[in-house]
Design a protein around this ligand. Structure first.
Ligand code: SAH
Length: 264
């Protein structure tokens, strides 16, 4: 399981968001961010040359990896012989993981490709029934956004949708110089732990739609942004409609959805 000196290092490809981490202690810290509670499988997205993977393989769970880059896959097969049967050479955004994991739970982890990091989170949210935990590295700004609360400048769609179902913790910041090639921005590691009761007391589809519509126009009041919902004047008289979306907590978005649901 050690590096094979005969195997060429993978050449970083920009269009795949490849920034390889070359600091072992950071890799270990990310791998150790998982609590391992409530699942027996881990899925690492974008293992690259396996800097995180080698720490995951030491844990008492089964590690799968999904990697789009065939050159990285060749590298992994040559260097991590035991991993070979659990390498999925696919695009995470397109692959049917429900079919792969059947009913089983799995945690997601990774030093994610930053060009698709929000899409990764949205796809994970769709599979939340099977994902008790999610941790890993994003651009710092995105990690902070996911973990931020109402009133913050960066509070937005990702913050509300993630925190409706997960407890979000920002863990630590990672500087550019521990990557090859270094990214232009700082990175941030977060951990999401699914809430014990993560079914919402409102229509979940409508909740997603309400949050997304409200934040499409950040500077406008909820009354203005939700015009297309054709709500009654009576409902819109409620003071929550005077607020802008960044002033609403997750709980208030849930209440708002309940009221809308009662009307339509
Ligand atoms: N985890 C490694 C690599 C991080 S770079 C490290 O820390 O060094 C991001 C990785 O995600 C790359 O290996 C890239 O090939 C992979 N990747 C990019 N888009 C992907 C996708 N859609 N599905 C799966 N993997 C992807």
């Amino acid at each position: 399981m050690t590096n094979n000196p005969n195997q060429h290092q993978v050449k970083a490809k920009k269009h795949l968001g490849q920034h390889f981490l070359n600091d072992e202690s950071v890799a270990q810290k990310i791998a150790d961010s998982l609590t391992l509670q409530g699942y027996k499988n881990i899925l690492e997205i974008g293992p690259g040359m396996g800097v995180l993977t080698k720490y995951l393989l030491k844990k008492e769970v089964t590690t799968y990896v999904i990697e789009i880059d065939s050159e990285s896959v060749e590298y992994l097969k040559a260097n991590y012989l035991n991993l070979a049967p659990r390498i999925i050479e696919k695009d995470f955004l397109k692959y049917d993981l429900n079919a792969f994991f059947k009913q089983e739970n799995f945690a997601i982890i990774g030093n994610f490709p930053y060009n698709i990091s929000s899409q990764i989170v949205f796809k994970a949210l769709e599979m939340r029934n099977q994902i008790p935990e999610f941790s890993g590295m994003f651009q710092k700004e995105v990690a902070l956004r996911i973990c931020s609360n109402k009133g913050s400048k960066v509070y937005g769609i990702l913050s509300v949708l993630v925190q409706a179902f997960y407890k979000a913790e920002y863990l630590f910041t990672v500087p550019p110089n521990v990557f090859n090639p270094p990214p232009k921005v700082d990175s941030g590691v977060l951990r999401l732990i699914r809430k014990t009761d993560y079914s919402l007391p409102c229509d979940e589809k409508l909740f997603f739609k309400t949050v997304k519509t409200a934040f499409q126009q950040r500077r406008k009041t909820i009354r203005n942004s939700l015009k297309t919902f054709n709500l009654s004047d009576n409902l819109k008289a409620n003071s929550i409609f005077d607020k802008r979306p960044e002033q609403l907590s997750v709980q208030e978005f849930i209440e708002l959805t309940q009221w809308i649901e009662n009307e339509i």
